[in-house]
Write a protein that binds this ligand. Structure first.
Ligand code: ZN
Length: 447
């Protein structure tokens, strides 16, 4: 019976699809065999007294716990005492187990089974300390190096090749970067690489402010050989300083670019992750929460059918539900002005309003509309942009201090799964951390 007391390394379990329990006789279990699929949510159900807890807690969990204790030294074990082996012939495919207890607490949109049972805190620690990071762009394992390692790698990999050592300044961002070029020039650099092209830095240089750019400083051009190590080292150090811990090596022969960084980095795309901390995996912390849904896993989306429930109605008859029937208010004056531009009136049925006009009503427009105002015999005119009913509702929901207004705005919205995190609540890059250990989780009996 020696073999099943040895805890297998986690790698050995990867191929196993099942947790097998053979000849379980704990309490009222009658010598039963079960196979439970791994990496899935499995529910054990049955009549009261049929042995659900005996199987989950007193057999599987007890055996997992006992094997864990056996990994301690004999010295440590004398303080814990030996755990009794559960009455079972054999259990295979068992990984480390965690059992949680049933708790009843208040619930809010931020509670999950994980947070209520506090198991999420342990998982966050596990992911921050023991997980491997993979690039969410290329799927490659993320790497990080020390400065010395980077110098070694470059010297080795590019021997006898002509390379440029570049310091990344801007990665995929818009702007004209005139000040940046000027500052770089004043620091004594002569060349930059802009969107893949090497250019001399000229006085007053700038790039198209509405386009996305990649900009790097050319630190040095080197024909690599072991004698050049000192020069490579100086270039890498300077590159790291301007590139905030990252350098790019451009191979002049085949035109390929290679990224090196002191932070976790994707070797293909060069994107980097900050060093993981337990709160990087918390959806209740701004470091971990998905920015789109603020860690809730779902977002409110305006439902057009709730704004226009009946296309047969005109605006005057209350066809735009959030506005109600016609009143002499500012918003209806604005709609009138939009109507004048697009050729419809407030009595036009919504279904007959041109698409472009309806789009402007719902989503707003950059166009300027003239509104004539007559008050006490003085006429004046205003020109303004219309923000759109949908944007108005979203802004009310997000920014209003009034509960009633929030509730009103919410009545035109539906809750949908967040498209950025797919309901997972965390920043996208967080899902690219994979735990190196696989865990068998036993949830409490919800009787
Ligand atoms: Zn989200």
């Amino acid at each position: 019976m020696k073999e099943d007391t040895v805890v297998k390394p986690a790698e050995d379990l990867v191929g196993e699809q099942e947790l097998k329990v053979m000849g379980a006789r704990v309490h009222n279990l009658r010598n039963i065999d079960v196979e439970i699929p791994r990496n899935q949510l499995v529910v054990i159900t049955g009549l009261s007294g049929s042995g659900k807890s005996s199987l989950a807690f007193d057999t599987i969990y007890a055996e997992g716990q006992r094997r864990y204790m056996e990994t301690f030294s004999a010295y440590a074990r004398q303080f814990i005492g030996n755990l009794e082996r559960p009455d079972v012939d054999k259990i295979t495919g068992l990984s480390p187990v965690i059992s949680i207890e049933q708790k009843t607490t208040g619930k809010n949109p931020r509670s999950t089974v994980g947070t209520i049972t506090e198991i999420y805190d342990f998982l966050r620690l596990l992911y921050a300390r023991a997980a491997d990071a993979y690039s969410h762009v290329s799927g490659e394992k993320m790497v990080k190096y020390t400065e010395e390692q980077i110098i070694d790698l470059i010297t080795e990999k590019f021997t006898e090749k002509s390379i440029l050592i570049l310091a990344p300044l801007v990665k995929g961002r818009k702007g004209h970067y005139r000040e940046l070029f000027e500052q770089t020039r004043k620091q004594g650099f002569l060349k930059v690489r802009v969107d893949g092209k090497i250019r001399d830095i000229e006085f007053g240089m700038k790039v198209d402010r509405y386009k996305v750019h990649d900009i790097e400083i050319v630190i040095d051009k080197i024909k690599v050989n072991p004698e050049k190590r000192k020069r490579i080292s100086e270039a890498v150090k300077a590159g790291m300083k301007y590139g905030k811990g990252a350098v790019l090596v451009f191979d002049e022969e085949n035109g390929s670019a290679h990224h090196y960084s002191k932070a976790l980095m994707c070797p293909v795309s060069g994107i980097s992750y900050e060093e993981p901390e337990p709160n990087s995996f918390s959806f209740n912390s701004p470091y971990g929460a998905c920015p789109k849904c603020n860690g809730l896993g779902s977002i409110s989306e305006v439902d057009i059918n709730k704004i226009i429930p009946d296309r047969e109605k005109s605006i005057k008859e209350g066809g735009l539900a959030p506005l109600g029937k016609y009143k002499t208010t500012w918003i209806f004056r604005q709609l009138e002005a939009i109507g004048k531009r697009f050729g419809f009136g407030l009595s036009t049925k919504i279904k007959d309003i041109p698409d472009e006009a309806l789009n402007t009503i719902l989503y707003g427009s950059d166009q300027v509309f003239e509104i004539k105002n007559e008050f006490a015999g003085v006429s004046s005119s205003y020109s303004l942009q219309f923000e759109g009913i949908i944007n108005f509702i979203i802004n009310q929901q997000e920014a209003s201090n009034s509960r009633n207004i929030k509730k009103w705005a919410g009545s035109f919205m539906n809750r949908i799964t967040c498209p950025d995190c797919n309901g997972g609540r965390l920043k996208r890059s967080r899902f690219s951390f994979l735990s190196t250990k696989r865990i068998f989780l036993i949830l409490p009996p919800w009787t």
